[in-house]
Write a protein that binds this ligand. Structure first.
Ligand code: 13P
Length: 247
């Protein structure tokens, strides 16, 4: 049985002060996380604060990126070693915003995934088609290529690697695929992953809110949600966790 996985991707939101404010409100709600996995991925600079505040709360802390080398002349990059030192447990790799704005290729994604797994971090690899690719009927082809090239030759423990299917056209737009269409894509992704696919958790991401998360999570191949905008508000993030626990 795959445990549901709920992740909050804060993107470039919330410095230390706002992280403290968010956490205070969220933790005051005494949310329960038994039976599911929950993580929040704040910006790098807010990670130490978040790790400290969420210690022993059932909510782990993730990073939104890392670099594939551990040390060296790589100006502006962040090493897996530094993340481990902070107590980071999760890392999101290959988000479409990184692929599209920072030219992250499948090959770069693979190098990052390899390093993250080597360091025993829990990895979430983001994949998903753009609007024009969907209109051209190429969604499956795009996702398959991202997965195959992103995982090429990698040995992995399916418990440590999750996939987030995030159609680019659904991110931050308020538009989503019908949960049954998302389910179909998740089932295709599971098939592409082969034998290990049965154990890999496949999250859905893209305009997930309190009013639609339940419909996604009820689908047999949707094992969680990666949430952007709605994870920034402690009330809606708490409500999403509550809904997930009730599925
Ligand atoms: P939104 O939930 O804001 O659409 O963002 C989704 C996302 O990109 C999560 O990684």
């Amino acid at each position: 049985m795959r445990k549901l996985l709920i992740g909050g991707n804060w993107k470039m939101h919330k410095g230390i002060k706002e992280t403290e404010e968010f956490s205070k409100v969220l933790l005051n709600k005494e949310i329960k996380t038994e039976g599911i996995d929950v993580f929040i991925a704040p910006p790098f600079t807010s990670i130490p604060t978040a790790v400290e505040i969420f210690k022993d709360t059932g909510i782990s802390i993730g990073a939104q990126n890392l670099f594939w080398e551990e040390e060296g002349a790589y100006t502006g990059e962040v090493s897996s070693l530094f993340l481990k030192e902070l107590g980071v447990k999760w890392v999101i790799i290959g988000h479409s915003e990184r692929r599209n704005n920072f030219f992250e290729t499948n090959e770069k994604v693979r190098k990052k995934v390899k390093k993250a797994l080597q360091k025993d971090l829990n990895v979430v690899i983001c994949i998903g088609e753009k609007e024009e690719e969907r209109e051209e009927g190429r969604a499956k082809e795009v996702v398959e290529k991202q997965l195959q090239e992103g995982l090429l030759g990698l040995e992995y423990n399916p418990e440590k690697l999750s996939i987030a299917y995030e159609p680019v056209w659904a991110i931050g737009t308020g538009r989503t695929p019908h949960p049954e269409d998302a389910q179909r894509m998740h089932s295709i992704i599971r098939e592409i992953l082969g034998k290990k696919g049965e154990e890999v958790r496949i999250m859905y991401g893209g305009s997930v809110k309190t009013n639609n998360v339940g419909d996604f999570l009820k689908q047999g191949d949707i094992d969680g949600a990666l949430i952007g905008g709605a994870s920034l508000d402690p009330d809606s993030f708490a409500e999403i966790i509550k809904i997930a626990r009730g599925i």
